[in-house]
Design a protein around this ligand. Sequence first.
Ligand code: SF4
Length: 403
Amino acid sequence: MPEPKQIFEEYYDVLLRNAHDQHLLLGLSRSVNAYRESRAKAMERFPHTAELAKEVRRLKEDCIEHLDELVEKATASLEENGAKVYYAETGDDALKLIGGIVGSGKVIVSGKTLTGEEIGLRHYIEALGNEYWETDIAQLIQQVRKQKPMHYVFPSLHVTREDVAELLTKFLGREIPPDIPTEVRAIREFLRNKYFKADFGITGCNVLGADTGSIFLLESEGNIRMSSTVPPVHIALVGIEKIVPTLHDAFKVAEVVWRYASFTVPLYVSMISGPSGTADIQCTLVHGSSGPLELHVIFLDNGRSTLAKDPILKEALYCIKCGACLFECPVFQLAAGYYGGRGYFGGLGAILTAYMSGGFEEAAPIAYTCLRCGRCTEVCPQSIDLSRLIPELRHRIVEMARS
Ligand code: SF4
């Protein structure tokens, strides 16, 4: 592990280099403007969303106090629906579980999974000798660029169409012009070939209703739907903070997520409660129909239970990963997701990094970069008060360094 001073220096070096990259700033500003316009339209058309967000905040407050019960309830429901369910205390446990299911020499397609980023899933599965493809277009762009995602909902928001054309021309070995529909079509052709070869599909989860064991996956590309239904085995990696008591609650959370992420409605909402099945012959249920033969659900703790017990910082677990805060953050607008850790971004990301992905050392420079301007809180559907949380995190970091 490098010394804290070195971690700070390396982090600020990356941050400053990117904050001075005019090309990155061009890509970012195009995305920020387009996002703001879409979000304003979506909120104007569905003005009840702000009230619903308040309800979701109260719901999440309650859920974080009852994580164990929710995991138990969700596990029972999923098992009853025919899924195999596991509990991973740590990221390493989750990697071993997934590695054990997948083995080696396989093809894997993955829908966007933040929990996967958190634990370094792709690199682990590739190191076992597998072919692993991100299927979200922005995630795939970042995979090919050998860079981490830069935002929860728009992982390559800083990349211009000109960059994408250059990247795809090299990657696919044919000329792709800087025309967005042509770029998307080229990626579509590449990915469709992979879905039908894949042995496993891996996804995350936006929210899970415990009473029915239903995993909600929100998207517009159709890639998550393809990844979760075409391969014979679907693996879902679910952070335990994503569980809410009922299916009805899950719908409420889902609507708030997509609206604050700037969508009037996502083009696809998948609700997966078990492996495919049919009762068409003699009304007798058999699993393994046209969809996956198996559904494996891995509940991931990895620091969440510890964070949930913190009287102040537990507020970070109310985050529903809509990404609205990042578009208003002055630091993010200069440095994109370089202002963040593995899988988590911005000031809120510092707390999640400390407890869930990189530890306190990695979180420290991110926490000290936060300006505490409060612009994130103004747009956050969960009203997460980072101006209050960040000093608390800094305090913990100092205490940790002294001990
Ligand atoms: S902190 Fe708030 S605005 Fe930011 S991603 Fe989480 S819920 Fe969305």
